[in-house]
Design a protein around this ligand. Structure first.
Ligand code: FAD
Ligand code: DHB
Length: 389
């Protein structure tokens, strides 16, 4: 039983099916909602390979934008991070909702059991060998027995509350205002810009759609951000000595996302296993959230496959520790990228001139040292897995 049809729940259901293990996926929202929710856009090398190797990468290969590097722009000066040269790997820019569409399409083509618009999902007896999930669907109360229950219901889901443990949490004193616009990308690669006025990110979704983000105050109100003000601010923060000009266009999606690091340990209680945002979230700088969710279920699918084939719980017993090792590596990287690239003065009352100098020194070192650039690059493209998918 998998609760949640986000990237974690859907990839898990697909990987289990490939091993001959069937699952039921319960999703609170309707299919259209899930397929159109705008979120992440960068797939790590390993995520890209996993989707390709498991037969759900065709549209990603046709429509995704392959990137061999990224640009760090510090007060207008550009520094290229060449992923391909430093790591031999690359990333692909392909929207999370497209990944979700491809997975739902494939699960349904494989006769997968996806139940949308379920209500009142409740987990029972997870600390016994016979867990059960009750929910409502199309107006009737339902109850399903499962061997294992996976809580892949995102950060606001209810599964995590069933897992006793410890929370590690960090709030950041800023948020991101993100837009999607009908405008050609203004750069071949993503641009992460550190500017006196705050962080900005230039990204894209296709040759005709751009995605951009601005650091804003956490209580910023979209009503105060007219389209013109957004474009003006992006143009200022992204400007460079190379004469970069930002192409503008009609904005068709606008939102503000808070920034937080959060890890719940452990990721299992009895026969309930947590995966993805249900157990952890990272701030978006570095584009790790969806990749980490998929990394969890890669490990989990092997563990459940081993149990189904042999009855051994060895993999399941190791799941939480194995997954948490990557979770903490990614938590550090996302915290580091966030700390290095945002403005704290004016956002964080405890920030001092000392902090600013140290931040600047870190940034200068990162863009001037091959070792530091390699650290950034290998984390950005995603650290390797020890097993195949
Ligand atoms: P989710 O995608 O959240 O999926 C959970 C699913 O469970 C949802 O479909 C939800 O409807 C369903 N659900 C919840 N409760 C229940 C319930 N009780 N019963 C049944 N179903 C339930 N990451 C990046 O890397 N880059 C970004 O730019 C970025 N932007 C983001 C913007 C926003 C607004 C948010 C919220 C996240 C963003 N992320 C980003 C993070 C990334 O999108 C997540 O890490 C990723 O979606 C995690 O996948 P998941 O499957 O674990 O959870
Ligand atoms: C995107 C989001 C990110 O958080 C990031 O670091 C890079 C790109 C995006 O949505 O395109």
């Amino acid at each position: 039983m998998i609760i949640g049809a986000g990237p974690a729940g859907l990839v898990l259901s697909h990987l289990l099916h490939l091993q001959g293990v069937e699952s039921v996926v319960l999703e609170a929202r309707d299919r259209t909602y899930v397929e159109s929710r705008v979120r992440a856009g960068v797939l790590e090398h390993g995520t890209m390979e996993l989707l390709r190797e498991t037969g759900v990468g065709a549209r990603m290969d046709a429509e995704g934008l392959a990137h061999g590097g990224t640009e760090l722009r510090v007060d207008g000066r550009s520094h290229h991070v060449d992923f391909a040269e430093l790591t031999g790997k690359s990333i692909v820019v392909y929207g999370q909702q497209e990944v979700v569409k491809d997975l739902i399409g494939r699960r349904l083509a494989d006769s997968g059991d996806l139940r949308f618009e379920v209500g009142d999902v409740q987990i029972h007896d997870e600390d016994t060998d016979h867990p059960r999930v009750t929910y409502t669907h199309e107006g009737t109360a339902q109850s399903l027995a499962a061997d294992w229950v996976v809580g892949a219901d995102g950060f606001h889901g209810s599964s995590r509350a069933h897992v006793p443990g410890q929370v590690f949490d960090r709030q950041y004193p800023f948020a991101w205002l993100g837009i999607l616009a009908h405008a050609a990308p203004s750069s071949a690669e993503l641009i992460y810009a550190k500017h006196d006025r705050g962080f900005a990110l230039h990204s894209m979704r296709s040759p005709v759609v751009t995605r951009n983000y601005l650091q804003v105050h956490p209580d910023a109100d979209l009503a105060d951000w007219s389209d013109e003000r957004i474009w003006d601010e992006l143009s200022t923060r992204l400007a460079g000595e190379d004469g970069f000009t930002l192409t503008r266009g009609a904005i068709f999606d606008k939102g503000i996302t808070g920034m937080r690091s959060f890890v719940h340990e452990p990721m299992r209680h009895g026969r309930l296993l947590l995966a993805g945002d249900a157990a952890h979230i990272v701030p978006p700088t570095g584009a790790k959230g969806m990749n980490l969710a998929i990394a969890d279920v890669r490990v989990l699918s092997h563990a459940l496959g081993q149990w189904a084939a042999t009855g051994s719980t060895e993999g399941l017993d190791a799941y939480s520790d194995t997954a948490l090792a990557r979770v903490w590596r990614t938590t550090h990287f996302s915290w580091w990228m966030t700390s290095m690239l945002h403005r704290f003065d004016g956002y964080d009352a405890t920030s001092t001139p000392f902090d600013e100098r140290v931040q600047l020194s870190q940034l200068r070192y990162t863009v001037s040292s091959r070792a530091a650039m390699t650290t950034l690059a290998e984390n950005y493209v995603g650290l390797p897995f020890t097993t195949g998918w």
